[in-house]
Structures are given as C-alpha cells and as structure tokens.
Design a protein around this ligand. Sequence first.
Ligand code: SF4
Length: 515
Amino acid sequence: MGVLGRVDRQGVGHLPHRHRVTPGTFYERLATHGQELVADEDFAHCYAPGRGRPSIPPSVMVRALLLATHDKTSDVESARRSRVDLDWRAALGVGDEVAGIGATTFSSFRARLVLHDADRQMFARTVERAVELGVLKGEVTAIIDSSPVIGAGAVADTYTLVRQFTHQLAAVLAAQRPKAQALAARIPAAKPRIDWHDAAARRAHLAELVAVARALLAQAVGVDDPAVVEAAGRLGKVLDDDVEPDPDDGAPRIRQGVAPDRMVSASDPEQRHGRKSGSRRFDGHKAHVVGDEASELVLAVGIGAGNGADATPAAGLVRQTRWHGVRIGELLADMAYSDGDTRVAVEAAGAVLVAKVPPVSNGGRLAKTDFVIDLDAARVTCPAGQTTCDARPTTDAKGRATSRFHFPTAVCAACPLRSRCVKGTRGRTIEISVHERRMAAARAAERDPEVADKLRRRAKVERKIDHLQDVGMAKARYRGRRKTLLQLRLAAVVVNLDRLVALDAFTATSRALAA
Ligand code: SF4
C-alpha cells in the first residue's frame, strides 16, 4: 500500500497546462475549479502512514475518474488520454512530473475508494462547497426520484445460474472439501449441447444440475469460511427461487412464475428484475436521487435493488443531506413515495413529504374515499347516508393494530346502492389505516392550488436524472451495487461541478471576497 502523494500547489504540479485547455468545456471547469472540490487530505485515511513510495496524488486520481465518467472511457482509453490528451492533462492538473496514469491504477484506486467509503466524502464535498458558496441557504425544497440502472452482469437463465453458482461454490469449498471440485466436474463448465427444444432433454439436464448442486450444498454444511457461506447462500437461493418439484413425479422443474427477489445474473448476483412502469422492465439496480429544486444540484444519491420500492431510501437520503449541511424543508415526490410509512419516516428525518396520494379503488365499486370517516367521533357514514359506529379491532398487513368499521348486514341488504358497494352477502366494512388522519390530510391538501403547483414542479428532477444518464448512469460500468454507487457518486460530482459553474457560484464568491 503506497503512502499518500500530494499535489504540490507551489510547484510544477499546479495546473501547468491550463492555458492549453479547450475553453467552455468540462475539462476547463475541472482544471479551474477541481481544487475547490477535491483535496488530497480528504483521502489521507485511504493510505498507509509513514514512509514509502508516494502514490499518484488522490486528487489527481479522482479528477481522472471524473474525466473517465464524463467521457465514458474505459480504463485503457483513460490511461492513454492521461498521457497524451492536453485537455485531460490540464484537467488533471499535472505537469511533466506525471507521465500518465496506468490502466490498472484506475481499478486499484476505485477499489481503494470503495474499501474506505471515500467516494462518499468525495460527493459530499460538492454539496458542502455549495453550502459554503451560499448556493444552498436555509431550508431548501428538494425533489426525489429513482431511475433504472441496467446491470453490468450478463443476464442468465436458471440452467446457467445453477451451473455457474455450483462451480463458484466448488472453487471456494475445495480447500475444506477435497472432493468438491470432482463433484462439480460432473456438470459442464459451459452451456452443454443438448437439444434445448426438447422438453425432456431440458428436464434431464436440470435434474443433473440440481442433484450436483444439492450434493455440493450438503458438503458445505458446517464450513464457516465466509466465502463458502456466501457462495452456498447464492446457490441455495437460486434453487429455492427458480426450481420446484414437479407435482406429478417430484422431479425438479423450472418454477412456474417468478420469485419476487430472483437473481438474474451469475456475474452480478445483486442484479434484479426491475420495473419502472407497467411496460418498462430492466435487469439491474435503481439509482435514487435527491435534487435541490432551486439550484438543481444533486444533494444525495443512493443505489438500491432493481426490484426495491422507490420510497424505501427516501428518509435515509434526507438524513444524508443533513450530514452535508443541507436542511430539506419539503421533499417533493411522485405517488410511489406517497404511502403513510414513508411520510412518517421522512418527517422523522426532518422534512415534510409532498406527494400525490394515489386514488383508492375497490374493483369498480364504491371506494373507501366515497365514505365520510370521522375519526374523532369514531363513526363512518356511507354514500347512502347510513352511519355506523361499530368499530372492531383488527391488524393491518404489517400486523399493526387498527380497526374496521362494519355496516349492519340488514342495512346493506336493503340498500339501493348495494350492487355498487358490497360484493358478498354481508354488510360493507371499512378498514381504518394506521395513517388514516395523515393520508386524509394529504388528500385534502391537494385541493390547495399551492400544493397542486408543488406537485407539478416535482417533474423538474427528471432533468437532473437525464443529466446523470448523459454521463453514463443509464448503465452500470461495474458489477455489484457498491461499485455502481461509486459510479453514481462520480456522475453526481460531474453534474454538480457543471451546475456550480453554470450558476456562476465560484466566480460570484470570488467577486464578493474581492469587493
Ligand atoms: S351497501 Fe351498505 S355501506 Fe354501501 S351504500 Fe348501501 S348501506 Fe351504505
């Protein structure tokens, strides 16, 4: 492990090629303002203390990763540009003392950032700088949204997943169980040449795969090596999610239907089948983004499972902005964030969620929202004018205590609206949510023109997501969620640097200081 190298701000390393950079480009912006956002000292904890060969300064490496993100270049191409491209060299802030950056240095520096979570600080610095520059002042209105990120791993079918996970388990199990490799060798390493159009041949192949996989899992029992536990977990999961016994003969068959958390790639087991809308499917992860409405700066980012709920990270991202010195007053969001649990969690994190409440449906019959629910008086009045106070205790889908109001069976039986209201033979019931008051207030607030305007402004975040996708966030460059988060943080720094320059934030501050 090298020791921390530092850019010599007094010497030749101080932006020697800036005069050669193409004006008005990202390279010029990074050359001019990079030192305000990236400092070697921010990464000191990633390096060994004491003597040794100094590393390429981390501020130079971060600039190089930002350039690679902006230009969407491979490590080999990034290495070439770091040697010969004058725009890159100006943006890196290096002189002749740095000949260039080796291709492998990029991957080892990324690994170092991830290991020490130093990319968090790298992104946070742009937000903190915006606070220092006065761009983010007081309580801000922020907007949250998510966006699909296509995974970097190859999507595989069940046969391939079982085969590859079996071989992966055998490889890590071999040290403790000498027969593991021989057992796994009973199934081919590559896709076999069977007649894939023949259902019986596919079935026989699956039976062979499952038999070897289960035998290997049995061998792994009792081995506490973390690598074995992880590999066995993956193999066990794909067998549970993708394979089921045929009810006719008990032989393994591909499961009918798709398990909700099914793995889709052997090379990136964290990828999931995701859905951004009814018609838009993807395999990969979800990028979660909070942006400031006024400045359009990215305030917080996260990467979640491709099949995860949009709303789950909302409160955590609001807290993240607090750590960076930003206070969110209102968080604008779409209907995916509108549930009561998310509203409570966001409030606990210090912000008020403003999101449209989804319409309530009841299979074409009168919906709950057609009833007048008076929680203070503990009564419900239906569209036919009947009132009930018969509230009985029950639990919701998460096991929380709540109540359900019952209309008398005889009253509903005689009601002219019955066919539009009740399905069975009993009287209508109305379940009260644990968030009933909060959701009713949110629904009522939507009639306020000011709130309606905020709900329309929510769409502004899509511009920010477009900008992040312009710098590559539509597709993961690396496997796994953690490295995809690194990619997102780099993209967010590129976007924020562009935005700070567009807002004239650096220049305005310099003028103010000079005045
Ligand atoms: S069916 Fe019952 S609950 Fe529904 S409108 Fe008629 S009386 Fe009211």
